[in-house]
Design a protein around this ligand. Sequence first.
Ligand code: B1M
Length: 231
Amino acid sequence: MFDNQEVFDDIVLSELSDKELTKQMSEDLYDGLAEEIAEGTQILLDRDWKATDVMDEALVKGMVVVGNDFRDGILFVPEVLMAANAMKAGMALLEPILTASGIEPIAKMVIGTVKGDIHDIGKNLVGMMMEGAGIEVFNLGINTDAEEFINALEEHNATILGMSALLTTTMPYMKVVIDELKERGIRDKYTILVGGAPLNEEFADAVGADAYCMDAGIAVETAKRFISAAS
Ligand code: B1M
């Protein structure tokens, strides 16, 4: 008897070509299969793939499909959470590589997802890539309010503030944080970078941030640009 599960069980990830494997990983991510995602990630790393390529080609691309189907009502929160967990299983293997710069920190950064928002995958990715570029990162997690951002900036003597928002309803909170810094007369002590899928440059300008960062790579380049301009 033809059994789909049997066919599925027969797939040996290590026997797939790179192209087949990344395609299979996108499907596994969609299905929330954390173990398979971890295995596929490790296989690509063992095949000398760069960690950033594994992230972009195998993980982020799969997550875009999940996002579209979530938007279109094909997937619901539990399935998206499983996909997010699967992505995290892959990222856990990439993290030590992305964060291993082995050099003295060139700057300190506080990063968090703003109040009301619990999306943290992209923000964590940015944090990891910053660490890999030699920036010491204090990751405040999700649902972060202005007081927490400002306290952390002062406590750690950081010069860069990174804020993330994935919801159109939470992105305006970035202005609350920046206005509070202005109110306290300390806005200009910091480089403020913002990011998240619904943002754009216009929005960053409107809330008074220094720059909008479309993705983690651009966030790192932008941070470095501001660091060298200040030194
Ligand atoms: Co949510 N969600 N979600 N969700 N979710 C989105 C964002 C959404 C676009 C899906 C959709 O409808 N297509 C939609 C927002 C619509 C809108 O506001 N316009 C949405 C919604 C509606 C919701 C809920 C309201 C659903 C509900 O409950 N009815 C709810 C909100 C909860 C809340 O926050 N209060 C919700 C919940 C969830 C889950 C918990 C199920 C889960 C989050 C799990 C987690 O993060 N731990 C989830 C997920 C996974 C998503 C999608 C599918 C994927 C987000 C993601 O991780 N992308 C997302 C759809 C999408 O974005 N396509 C969606 C991968 C990640 C690598 O990309 O986060 O964009 P991204 O980060 C990038 C860049 O944006 C940038 O660099 C990163 C790496 O390149 N970047 C920065 C991000 N932050 C930065 C900070 C910087 C710099 C760059 O600082 C310097």
